[in-house]
Design a protein around this ligand. Structure first.
Ligand SMILES: [Zn+2]
Length: 316
């Protein structure tokens, strides 16, 4: 899932072709060699997502590649005037981006599944309209919370719509952003957690993928803030351990995989050093990192399960 940032024209990256399963990604926050010449955010870079064998073509995705096959094809035809024949599109509707499930939520009787494709397509179209409608009205997201919740509910009520399938995560992210806008940090936390724990790992295999990193970064900020505001001692402890785990993982990933001097990395380093030096609970975390991370993630996953069960979402 990509977050829309803007449009840039540049003759060199324009030479790179598209794939819905790309081996590279574009970044706008790396200064590199041009640091002294170009102001921050004034550069464009192509970063590899894995080792690329000699003679393999360099590719990036022009669109949000987590969209289902039909949506990807439509967007690429409408905006870039070509039919995509990449390795993901060769599998048509047989990938995780497209598949609908039939498993019901544990402990809940199965809701009658949407039987025919026309109904499913209509539901998707309705949810999609809500998503684009909300996206087209920046600044008034908080007033859209009931629409977003009802669009999420209508997808969930089919019992066949997995939590990661378009437009479920897109609507969920809009809802989380609207809750943040309303300063409901604790409400937003669980929705970002669903993106962080379930959705992102399915679409981006590598943990240092910039989309995963930027979602993890937002999630870290929310957990850190919620930990500082929480009154209940156990909840506060869990939130603190969770926030340490998230920033620690971000920092470790950056060190393991090509440490770039991007704005993202700078923010992570500042946050990591800040909690290490300034937070009295950090020492408890460090004494038993694995156990604390495991506990905090189990606590988080229980909250995720509870939320999805209350939404009656298929969790298969
Ligand atoms: Zn494709």
């Amino acid at each position: 899932m990509l977050d829309p940032f803007g449009i840039v024209f540049h003759p060199f990256p324009a030479l790179v072709n598209h794939s819905c399963q790309p081996n590279c990604i574009v970044r706008f926050d790396l200064n590199g060699l041009a640091e002294r010449l170009v102001p921050r955010y004034g550069s464009i870079s192509i970063q590899s997502l894995r080792d690329i064998p000699q003679n393999e073509e360099i590719t990036i995705s022009y669109i949000d590649a987590s969209f289902p096959f039909a949506q990807r094809q439509t967007q690429l035809r409408d905006r870039y005037y070509f039919t995509c024949n990449c390795s993901l599109c060769a599998q048509k509707e047989e990938t995780v981006n497209d598949r609908l499930e039939s498993k019901s939520v544990a402990g809940q009787p199965p809701v009658s599944p949407v039987g025919d494709n026309t109904q499913t397509a209509e539901l998707q179209a309705q949810a999609e309209r809500t998503f684009y409608d909300v996206q087209s009205k920046p600044g008034i997201e908080t007033t859209q919370i009931p629409h977003l919740r009802s669009a999420l509910q209508s997808l969930a009520s089919t019992s066949i719509w997995p939590v990661h399938r378009y437009p479920f995560p897109q609507l969920r992210q809009q809802l989380a952003l609207a809750l943040l806008e309303r300063q409901d940090f604790s409400g937003a936390l669980v929705h970002f957690a669903i993106l962080y724990r379930i959705v992102d790992p399915l679409y981006h295999a590598v943990t240092f993928h910039p989309v995963r990193m930027s979602h993890a970064w937002t999630f870290w900020n929310i957990t850190f803030y919620c930990a500082s505001e929480q009154q209940d001692e156990r909840e506060r402890y869990m939130l603190a351990m969770l926030s340490f785990h998230v920033v620690d993982e971000l920092f470790k990933d950056m060190q393991k995989h090509n440490f770039h001097q991007g704005e993202m990395e700078r923010m992570v380093v500042r946050a990591y050093e800040g909690v290490r030096e300034g937070n009295p609970l950090w020492q408890s975390y460090e004494r038993s990192k694995d156990k604390n991370s495991e506990l905090a993630l189990a606590w988080l996953d229980a909250r995720i399960r509870q939320t999805l069960e209350s939404e009656r979402v298929s969790t298969s």
